[in-house]
Every structure is written in structure tokens, then in C-alpha cells.
Ligand binder design. Structure first.
Ligand code: URA
Length: 235
């Protein structure tokens, strides 16, 4: 791909703006040699104002989503994209969230521009476990684990039962729930179906990729390498 297109696709500007950057000599190789708009050189050798280019297409990001941020781009509220470099919103292909977390849910949120990967992670057929820790308004009744594991629970206003989910009780009002689907407000609605309410919800892992191991503070993000992405598909 010609450099001008590659750099425009990374959100540095329109093609016209990026063409101007070339003319201004702002795009160079690692040795500072000026590059030209129709050059085709390896991504890792390109510098913009002396800085390495943003990661190429195929980007996968892990974000520690804080509460108070929405995954929707239509919402006037704070968006998870506000926590990333502004250029990332202008990338082509688009960087999308892999599923969604509610505004009041914190934890591990993945974003990618790889449509196939996104589909593989969110498709219920892939059965990628999404693991949540929930704080509850009331003590657990004791029968929730059995109900969630049964594969018969039908959420309010739905007709198909949920796939079996597994519940680990961590305290009287504290539990870890592993689900393989991503229905709207699923975790909150599952507990609501037992007469309880979730007061705090955090996604702690997607597959075997755990928030803890990424050591991200709320609001921080990192690009994942192939080994980390593969962990998403490990049981
Ligand atoms: N289930 C919920 O209720 N909320 C989330 O954000 C994710 C799963």
C-alpha cells in the first residue's frame, strides 16, 4: 500500500492532509531520510515527526474500562474512545469494541479493527467465557448456581433460555459469574431474575486473558500481542 494511504488510514489526517505532511518533510524513515507519498516501505521503518507510526491494521487493544464511560458512539456521555488517542477514532478499518460493557460496569474491554476476530470472540458459538465479579444488594439465596447452570433460565422479555453459566460464590453478596453469551445487560438481568440486584459489576477476564495480568489501572489501555490474543480462546 502506498504510504499516503497507509498513514491516512491510521487516522493521521485525510489523504490531502497527509500528502501535505509529506511535502513538509515530516514523514521520514528511521534514519531521518524524507519519504514520499507513493513510497512502499515497511510499516516499522516509518516515522512521523520522528515518532514511530501507530500499530498497523489488525490492532487489538485491552482497556481497563472505568465506570461512567459508554461503549456507544451515539451517546452524548463520556465514551470509551475518549480514553484512547483521538487518532484511533479516525482509523480505517474502524476500531470497534468487542461487545459492550454498560456504563456502570468496569473491567476488561477489548477493541479491535479485525472484524473476523471480533466475530469469533462475541459469537455464542465460540463459547468464549466472559468472567464477571458482581457485588449484590442482598444475600445470595443459595440456589442461583444451580439455576444459572441449568440452561433453562429465560430472562424477562426473552423467549430463548440462556446457555448454562457458572457461578462461584465469593461471599454472601459477592460472586463470580462466567457466561458465554453477551445478551443485553445479561449479568444484571440474571441476578434480577433471582430477586437480587447488582450494585457493582466488573469484567475480570475474557477467556483466559485476565485483567489482573495486564496490570492496567482504570482508564489505561495497552495493545495486545498475538500470544495475549490467543489467551482469549484458551479455556
Ligand atoms: N452484563 C451486564 O449486565 N452488564 C455488562 O456490562 C456486561 C454484562
Amino acid at each position: 500500500m502506498k504510504l499516503v494511504r497507509l498513514i491516512a488510514n491510521l487516522g493521521y489526517g485525510s489523504r490531502r492532509e497527509v500528502a501535505l505532511m509529506f511535502r513538509e518533510g515530516r514523514i521520514t524513515d528511521a534514519q531521518g531520510e524524507v519519504l514520499y507519498a507513493d513510497d512502499r516501505v515497511p510499516h516499522e521503518t516509518v516515522r512521523v515527526d520522528g515518532e514511530a507510526l501507530d500499530p498497523p491494521a489488525g490492532l487489538v487493544i485491552a482497556l481497563h474500562k472505568p465506570t461512567g464511560y459508554t461503549c456507544s458512539t451515539r451517546d452524548p456521555a463520556r465514551m470509551v474512545y475518549d480514553l484512547l488517542p483521538p487518532r484511533f477514532r479516525l482509523r480505517n478499518p474502524l476500531l470497534s469494541t468487542v461487545g459492550r460493557l454498560d456504563r456502570d460496569t468496569s473491567g476488561l474491554l477489548l477493541l479491535t479493527d479485525d472484524g473476523q476476530l471480533l466475530h469469533r470472540i462475541i459469537s455464542p458459538k465460540s463459547r468464549v467465557p466472559k468472567i464477571y465479579e458482581a457485588r449484590l444488594a442482598q444475600d445470595l439465596r443459595g440456589d442461583e448456581a444451580e439455576l444459572f447452570a441449568s440452561g433453562t433460565l429465560v430472562l424477562e422479555s426473552e423467549t430463548t433460555p440462556l446457555a448454562p453459566a457458572s457461578l462461584n460464590i465469593l461471599g454472601p453478596r459477592h460472586a463470580r459469574l462466567t457466561i458465554t453469551e453477551g445478551r443485553y445487560h445479561q449479568v444484571r438481568r440474571m441476578f434480577a431474575a433471582t430477586g437480587n440486584a447488582v450494585t457493582q459489576l466488573q469484567r475480570v477476564a475474557v477467556g483466559a486473558l485476565a485483567l489482573d495480568e495486564l496490570a492496567l489501572e482504570p482508564g489505561q489501555w495497552c495493545a495486545l500481542d498475538e500470544v495475549q490474543v490467543a489467551r482469549v480462546f484458551e479455556p
